[in-house]
Every structure is written in structure tokens, then in C-alpha cells.
Design a protein around this ligand. Structure first.
Ligand code: KG4
Ligand code: ZN
Length: 329
């Protein structure tokens, strides 16, 4: 079963064809990063206009080598995300579905991130890439830091979330303080490469819960920089390690408590090599993580998730609307 995935929730216009929820036939991502970088972050109005300009060429490229009659359905992200951006994807998906006579399913962007782990790709822990239930899902992106128990396809139970900044948001804000540009995660990771994590920065353990908190860390880092006498690479390395420490320790603790089979990482921050190295070195259970380009926003993960929706009979109607504040679990 070949599914066309469409993703426009933030600043990537993406379309992909995925077979049977795993085999990537095409995966086209038009990033707007260069356009937003000069403003230091995503400008919603510009994002939705850019999606409008690029969505049709992106879909055309994604389906270039596939006959429409071989496509079984369309999966589109309907939330969470920027309302104007989501609207472009959802409406184009409906129009294409109507024209091609295909069923459509609305996909939660966070659930889609998790399904990047089902795509055919090598996994650092030597697994075949196939997840086993129950598993623990850590979704760390620009807008979310969620810890969920996944008991089966589409069955999520939220255990924890961030109480303030998401991990990716913390990276982005820290990079702005250090003048490293946008997006902050890759910039901090690069700068950290030539530094040592020698500076004292706080970790919010929130021992009694599975929640996270990163805003105190960001403030402490700001004070450290204001006082001066520290190098940017050392601050970046110390900041990165503080986030990694908390994400790894709390997730592994939950994995032990809940006796899960595996840990599944996803979302843009899962592209961070220090994070994955620490998980792989410390986890008592196998850790799956998609390759970097499937951690950040793409439509292959939406198509993979959509495949399981269609298999479960979860089909949307044409009154499918965007839900910018949609949550998972
Ligand atoms: O999943 P994603 O592409 O979009 C959202 O759904 O938000 O995640 C984007 C976030 C940004 O905050 C970005 O700074 C962060 O992921 N990110 C990283 C890395 N690559 C992207 N954070 C840390 N290390 C990275 N290598
Ligand atoms: Zn995302």
C-alpha cells in the first residue's frame, strides 16, 4: 500500500511516498530555514505564504515516479503547528484526494515523528528498525518535549511533558543568546564540538514526575554569559550536556519503572549526536533513533503513520480541519 504524505505544520514544505509504512519511495523536503533565519525564528505569515508557493511543486516531485492509480491514500498533518501553515497542507490534501478519488487521513504531527522509527533505516543499536511494544517514546522537537508510553499502534499514554520550554526551543533560545543563529540545535551542537562541558549549569530533575523543565537552565546560561570570561564553545557544550543529562536520565528511569521493550527517540532534537550517544551508552533496553534527516520535519513519517491509520480504518472526511494545539496521549 503506497501512501502520499503531506507535511506543512511549521517551516518545511514536504511530501513523500511510503510503501507499507516503511519503504521510502520519495521524500521531498523544501526547507524555509534560509528565509526565516534572518528574523531569528519562524515568522508564521511568511511560512504559510511560502507553503502556498512550494506545496504543488513539492508534491509533483514526490509523485513523479509513481502512477496515481498505485497510490492508496493521502495522509496529512492537521496539528499541532501553525494554523496558517497547517491550512495549506490540509486543503491541498483534500483537493488532491478529491481529484484523484483517494481517501484521506488526518495525522497528528507528534505521532508522525514517532513513526519515523518504522521507516526502513539503519538503527545504531543494531535493531532491524521495527519497534516492539510496549515502548517508551521521547518526542523532542521545537515545540514539544513529551514522554509517552506506546502500547500499540496509535495507542499512546502521556507520562510527561515540558512545563515551560521545549528542548528544541531551549536550544534555539540559547543559540540566540550566543549569537549562533537559527536553528539553534545544530548550531549549538557544532559549537559544542570544539568546547568542553566544564561550566556548572543546573538540571531540573523534577524527581516526583516525568515532566521536564528547561527555562531555568536557559536563564542560568544567560547569567553565565553576561558575567563574561567564558568561551562560546564551552557554554554550548555545557548547555548541551545539561539538556542531554536530563532527557537521558529521566527517560531511562521511566523505561526501567515501566519495564518497556524499547525506547524510541524522535523529533528534531533526536538528531543530536551527543543525545543519542548518551542514550545508547546508558539504556538497559534497545534505543531506536531515525537518521537525522528523518528526525527533523518530513512527510515520510506522516505517510508511515498514515499507513497504520488506514490499516485501522481511521479515515477522515472532507470536513477535516486544522487543530493547531493538538496534543498526543
Ligand atoms: O521536529 P522539528 O524539525 O520541528 C518541530 O516539530 O518543532 O524540530 C526542530 C527543532 C529545533 O528547535 C531545532 O533547533 C532542533 O529541533 N534541532 C536540534 C538539532 N537539529 C534540530 N537540536 C539539537 N541538536 C540538533 N542536531
Ligand atoms: Zn516536528
Amino acid at each position: 500500500m503506497k501512501i502520499l504524505g503531506i507535511e506543512t505544520s511549521c517551516d518545511e514544505t514536504a511530501a513523500a511516498i511510503v510503501e507499507d509504512g516503511k519503504r521510502i519511495i520519495s521524500n521531498v523536503v523544501a526547507s524555509q530555514i534560509d528565509i526565516h533565519a534572518r528574523y531569528g525564528g519562524v515568522v508564521p505569515e511568511i511560512a504559510s505564504r511560502q507553503h502556498l508557493l512550494t506545496i504543488i511543486p513539492v508534491i509533483k516531485r514526490a509523485v513523479a515516479d509513481v502512477a496515481w492509480r498505485d497510490i492508496s491514500g493521502i495522509a496529512v498533518t492537521f496539528g499541532p503547528g501553525l494554523a496558517g501553515s497547517l491550512l495549506v497542507g490540509v486543503n491541498v490534501a483534500k483537493a488532491v484526494a478529491l481529484a484523484a478519488g483517494l481517501p484521506i487521513t488526518g495525522v497528528n504531527h507528534l505521532e508522525a515523528h514517532v513513526y519515523a522509527n518504522w521507516l526502513d533505516c539503519s538503527s545504531p543499536s543494531g535493531q532491524d528498525g521495527r519497534a516492539r511494544f510496549p515502548c517508551l517514546c521521547l518526542i523532542v522537537s521545537g515545540g514539544h518535549s513529551d514522554l509517552l508510553l506506546m502500547k500499540g499502534h496509535g495507542e499512546f499514554e502521556k507520562l510527561g511533558r515540558t512545563r515551560d520550554d521545549a528542548a528544541g526551543e531551549a536550544f534555539d533560545k540559547a543559540a540566540r543568546i550566543l549569537g549562533l543563529g537559527y536553528p539553534g540545535g545544530p548550531a549549538i551542537e557544532r559549537a559544542a564540538g570544539s568546547g568542553t562541558p566544564c561550566l556548572p549549569l543546573p538540571r531540573a530533575w523534577l524527581k516526583e514526575s516525568h515532566d521536564f523543565s528547561f527555562s531555568g537552565l536557559k536563564t542560568a546560561m544567560w547569567h553565565l554569559v553576561q558575567r563574561g570570561g567564558v568561551s562560546v564553545p564551552d557554554v554550548a557544550a555545557s548547555f548541551q550536556l545539561a539538556i542531554v543529562d536530563v532527557l537521558v536520565s529521566k527517560t531511562i528511569e521511566a523505561a526501567k519503572q515501566l519495564e518497556v521493550e524499547q525506547i524510541l527517540l524522535s523529533g528534531g532534537v533526536a538528531a543530536n549526536k551527543t543525545l543519542t550517544q548518551h542514550f545508547l551508552a546508558n539504556s538497559p533496553v534497545p534505543v531506536l533513533v531515525p537518521p537525522s534527516h528523518l528526525c527533523t520535519d518530513n512527510a515520510a513519517m506522516v505517510a508511515a503513520c498514515g499507513y497504520y491509520h488506514f490499516k485501522a480504518g481511521k479515515i477522515s472526511t472532507y470536513d477535516l480541519d486544522v487543530v493547531p494545539s493538538l496534543s498526543l496521549g
